[in-house]
Design a protein around this ligand. Structure first.
Ligand code: ZN
Length: 218
């Protein structure tokens, strides 16, 4: 084995938590980090003013190391962190926890944003999970027609204006009477997820459930 290859393996292994503590498998988190971030629950729809989503599941609080890696994934091209977010979802969410579901779809990015970032973070996190749960992964059912300003830069009223009308149905025949899970990395106000649910329901979706890695305070 060449020295180069050995050092390569030394860098990759052993598996580490995002805080650098050694863990038992790739993607896993250490107990101390899990104690800080883990909060598997249903979002209170009334509290978040979610009028269209039938339910919304969340796995973590948007805090600490988790907050940093989600930010780095979105704005610093650090796609490698997706493995840790995938691990959290695979450990804590199973399709049998939901009522009947037909397929899973990610919140779409605008084509320009996708080009900037190089990947859809929701896809990097959830596609594997959907496959393992034997759920079809649908990327073209919902489309983003407008390049929107990142929601975190805006206040509540601006967020609503920013997102209203940003999504259209790409494949209407795939929506009618379907039970759908929409996935995203974080939920803050819930406006984006709820807008997706509104558009899907208008097109005849029977139910729309949200699933996100983390919930932020705002
Ligand atoms: Zn840790």
């Amino acid at each position: 084995m060449s020295n180069y290859w050995q050092s390569f393996l030394d860098i990759i292994y052993p598996p580490k938590c995002p805080c650098k503590t050694p863990v038992h498998e790739q993607g896993a988190w250490c107990p101390a980090c899990l104690a800080k971030i883990l909060s598997v629950r249903q979002i209170n729809r009334r509290e978040h003013n979610l009028t269209q989503l039938d339910s919304c599941r969340v796995v973590c609080e948007y805090t600490g190391v988790l907050k940093r890696i989600i930010h780095d994934m979105k704005f610093r091209q650090q796609q490698r962190y997706a493995i840790h977010l995938r691990w959290l979802i695979k450990q804590h969410i199973h399709i049998k926890d939901f009522p009947h579901i037909d397929y899973v779809l990610p919140i779409p990015l605008h084509a320009e944003r996708l080009q900037e970032r190089g990947y859809n973070q929701a896809e990097a996190i959830f596609k594997d999970w959907a496959m393992e749960e034997k759920m079809p992964w649908m990327v073209d059912v919902l489309e983003r027609t407008r390049y929107t300003i990142p929601q975190w830069e805006l206040n509540l009223t601006e967020r609503k204006q920013n997102i209203t009308g940003a999504f259209v149905i790409g494949r209407p025949e795939m929506v009618k009477s379907k039970h759908i899970i929409v996935v995203d990395d974080i939920i803050t106000t819930g406006i984006t997820l709820d807008e997706c649910a509104k558009v899907l329901k208008k097109a005849g979706a029977a139910s729309v459930h949200g699933l996100v890695v983390a919930s932020g305070a705002r």
